[in-house]
Design a protein around this ligand. Structure first.
Ligand code: FMN
Length: 140
């Protein structure tokens, strides 16, 4: 492996966090606008899923760029308790078409499975990669 391939190694990072009270749909629309612009510029792709209570985000791109973004996201006061669920090297992106896809999970019948797993992840201290894999397939 050459130095340049090491430098350009890509990762996928997943975290879950809790929405703050003031972070309503309008606030999330603002995050999306800014994030789409920034992510495109930084060659980052991903999705942001949210419910009444949680955010769950997949980010993928060059390791150093994703790590720096995650550090800045963690400091963002529009959410709290960000918890890293997965950080792994990838050779292929799952969300290559989206600078940032955003999906709101409403409490309706068709979202019940996703909501149940999201709540479980939010409350669990350990989350398996297969649970996240299931999530990812449902989002793609
Ligand atoms: C749940 C959540 C997800 C976010 N996702 C992204 C993202 O994917 N990309 C991004 O640039 N900013 C994202 N942000 C915003 C960052 O925390 C930060 O405000 C932003 O990157 C600053 O960008 P600016 O320097 O262009 O203003 C997110 C914020 C929250 C609360």
């Amino acid at each position: 492996m050459t130095i340049s391939t090491i430098e350009k190694a890509e990762i996928q990072l997943v975290y879950i966090s809790e929405r703050c009270a003031g972070t309503n749909d309008a606030a999330i629309a603002k995050i999306k606008l800014r994030a789409e612009h920034n992510n495109h510029r930084r060659n980052i792709t991903g999705v942001l899923l949210y419910s009444e209570r949680y955010f769950l985000q997949y980010l993928e791109g060059e390791a150093a760029v994703v790590d720096a973004l995650y550090a800045s996201i963690c400091r963002d006061s529009r959410h709290t308790n960000a918890r890293l669920l997965l950080r792994k090297p990838i050779t292929q992106r799952d969300f290559s078409r989206w600078s940032l896809g955003v999906k709101k999970l409403l409490d309706i019948e068709e979202n019940q499975d996703l909501l149940a797993v999201l709540n479980m992840i939010g409350e669990a201290s350990n989350v398996s990669e297969s649970q996240l894999e299931w999530f990812k397939l449902t989002l793609k």
